[in-house]
Design a protein around this ligand. Structure first.
Ligand code: SAM
Length: 435
């Protein structure tokens, strides 16, 4: 990405953040470019750069709603608009002194070539800095979602809506899954505490630990030796829900980057595991993860690049995990760019793809076998309603009710919504094929 300014001055950190905000507005996901951009940032500034970029995206629509009334006429300029949101974010949600936030952001506006509009940015930021408390209240009260997403969630979760919107604006905790083949959770926690690392056991996942402070994960005890993986608590429930699978054949139908594949191998002594995905690049991460976790030689493993809409197994399988491609609205806290990237028109397309993959995978399952359908979506169209359509069309399918004290029971399956300090939004439905 070229983030050189139109004048000769080297762009400051805020200008660099604004260029990244613009890249997201143009439709690129953070995961496709963030690590490259971070490499261009001096080490001492990386944490600040990361916080400003993700924080502004997290609050994007809330910042938009509170800044609109401050404009005499619409800015109609995505770069200057981004400068404004970034500036307001710093004033209302960080400890950066107001004078520094304002001057750096106004400089960035100029460096990006908008000298004439820098006065508007300056005036609005000064006003926000004079009335911080009122604006902080407005920011906290804003739902912070694009209006189509808000309307859909209002329809799907009317009772939970206010809390849900607030929770979606939070930062997700850093959660790991302990590799039971190397060390037990209690032992690992004890070792972390002995190193003065604040951490606690997850309440629902049997293998999860929440790290109370961030940090550089590869430096954490046992990382190189495969003692743990980073994985959301609610994502860890997939393997907890499944029946015992020792000596069974299993297909992980949308496997990359292999979070659930690895967890399956940590828990069960499978006869055969197929990890399938249509993204060869993402599948490389499955090899890397299984290698680090030392899970390569405990089972016969095939990693397959193929389209799950058409792929046919050589032999029918005992169990299929279908972690379907989805809107990823359940993981907005970890991927705040999804707020800007996802469009309402994406949803029916995604639902149709899920339906096609599900129908194809169902044919690869043995009679008597089980399929676990998973999404990290909080939209009913991808979850409960997808399952209603599936059961209506597949008379050889019977739901196995997930009896649990977590999540919300749906007419089919269970829905987890993002919880403060805990897991993300996930949906699970367990289905058996009539023998
Ligand atoms: C939610 S992610 C899977 C996460 C993975 N199960 C884990 O736990 O690490 C969904 C995956 O579906 C894959 N995918 C999307 N469309 C697909 C298709 N038609 N066939 C196979 N895989 C597909 C994507 O490449 C992506 O890796």
């Amino acid at each position: 990405m070229n983030h050189k300014s139109s004048n000769a001055a080297e762009p400051n950190l805020r200008a660099h953040v604004v260029m990244c905000l613009l890249t997201v507005q143009q439709g690129k996901s953070l995961s496709s470019f963030l690590s490259r951009e971070l490499n261009d940032v001096p080490t001492r500034d990386r944490a600040l750069f990361h916080e400003l970029l993700l924080g502004t995206l997290r609050q994007w629509y809330a910042l938009k709603s509170i800044s609109l009334p401050l404009l005499v006429k619409p800015l109609d300029n995505p770069k200057v608009e981004s400068c404004l949101y970034l500036g307001i974010y710093q004033l209302l949600a960080t400890r950066i002194p107001a004078h520094a936030a304002i001057s750096e952001t106004v400089d960035a506006t100029k460096q990006l070539g908008f000298e004439s509009l820098s006065g508007v940015v300056n005036a609005i930021l000064r006003r926000v800095s004079r009335e911080t408390e009122a604006f902080q209240t407005a920011l906290a009260e804003a739902h912070g979602l694009p209006s189509w997403m808000f309307k859909r969630l209002k329809k799907d979760w009317p009772e939970q809506l206010p809390e849900l919107c607030q929770n979606l604006k939070q930062v997700a905790p850093l959660t790991i899954r302990v590799n039971q083949r190397h060390i037990g959770r209690d032992d690992y926690l004890e070792q972390l505490h002995a190193l003065d690392i604040a951490a606690h056991a997850c309440s629902i996942s049997e293998t999860g630990i929440v790290l109370d402070q961030g940090g550089h994960i590869p430096d954490l005890l046992g990382f190189e030796d495969g003692w743990f993986s980073v994985q959301d608590e609610h994502a860890q429930l997939a393997v907890q829900i499944l029946p015992e699978l020792n000596q069974k054949s299993l297909l992980d139908a949308c496997a990359a980057p292999g979070g659930k594949t690895a967890h399956l191998l940590e828990k069960f002594d499978l006869k055969h595991l197929i990890a399938l995905d249509n993204d060869a690049k993402r599948l490389e991460r499955v090899y890397e993860n299984l290698d680090r976790l030392q899970l390569n030689d405990c089972t016969e493993i095939d990693v397959v690049t193929a389209d799950a809409c058409t792929w046919v197994a050589d032999e029918a399988l005992d169990c299929i995990i279908l972690d379907a491609p989805c809107s990823a609205t359940g993981v907005l806290r970890r991927h705040p760019d999804i707020r800007l990237l996802r469009q309402t028109t994406d949803i029916p397309v995604t639902v149709a793809l899920q339906k096609q993959i599900l129908a194809q995978m169902w044919q690869q399952l043995k009679p008597g076998g089980v399929l676990l359908y998973i999404t990290c979506s909080i939209f009913k169209a991808e979850n409960e309603q997808q399952m209603q359509a599936f059961f209506a069309e597949h008379t050889d399918a019977t739901e196995i009710k997930i009896e649990a004290d977590w999540g919300i029971e749906q007419c089919h399956g269970r829905q987890l919504l993002p919880q403060p300090g805990q897991g993300d939004g996930f949906y699970y439905c367990l289905i058996s094929k009539n023998a």
